[in-house]
Design a protein around this ligand. Sequence first.
Ligand code: MF3
Ligand code: CO
Length: 291
Amino acid sequence: MLEKLGRNLPCWCGSGKKYKVCHAAFDERLALAKAQGHIVPHHKLIKNEEQIARIKESCAINVAVLDAVAAAIRPGMTTAEIDRIVYGTTTSLGGIPAPLNYQGFPYSVCTSVNEQVCHGFPSEHVVLKEGDIVNVDCSTILKGYFSDSSRMFCIGEVSEEKRKLVEVTKECVELGLEQVQPWGFLGDVGQAVNDHAKANGYSVVPDIGGHGCGLEFHEDPFVSYVTRRGEEMLLAPGMIFTIEPMVNMGGAAHYTSRTNGWEVFTRDGKPSAQWEIMVLVTETGHEVLSW
Ligand code: MF3
Ligand code: CO
């Protein structure tokens, strides 16, 4: 038998405020949504002010690292050089690259070129050349708090069709972001992303997606882009998650490298793009924390 938290006791969120003036009304709203059959966020997914402030500090480093990559990236550069920039910049700012040794991942960053969908290994043998598109996916740990975002870079002049893929994928993220508001649903985000990709003749990778982030690298919920409006988890203030669709110029089918178990490529060899942002659900809408 679950007892209700006393209304004068400290709130479960760790704010130090009394429950009745903190998350009591919030819990009632969640209970109602649950009774209506919706998936509702667990309390551990709701960050308090203190946690949000720490996560933002981590995000600031992540953005600075991506900015450092943006300033240096050019034709003729190897992706191993990007890995060194990410390691060097992150650690000099007091952070740790979250990918490094994460479930055995051997580098500080994922660099995914052209038909590589995600989790590309930086390499001395991968030289960026004019016409390539590359996703650089950075994640940072600062004092135990996580951040995660990625950008696409066009190397020199790229073909019109690749440029459009990169542009439309960014628009997908922006359209998804517009949907983020308290008491909306994760499916609102998913459908906005999917509709825009489909309208441009692209496909969205269905089984790799976004995630909650902040206290851990990957938290619930799984953020899918093949979902429908009004479905999936209820969005509540204090939730932080990523929007990071992988959009393929051709089919959605992909395979994972049998040699290393990480690198993901499109089946048809056609290019794939991805942008990733980290977003906080606020009382009135949303706030982008890392891009
Ligand atoms: N940054 C990736 C993401 O968006 C993390 C991949 S796991 C790693 O979730 F080990 F490859 F970094
Ligand atoms: Co991510």
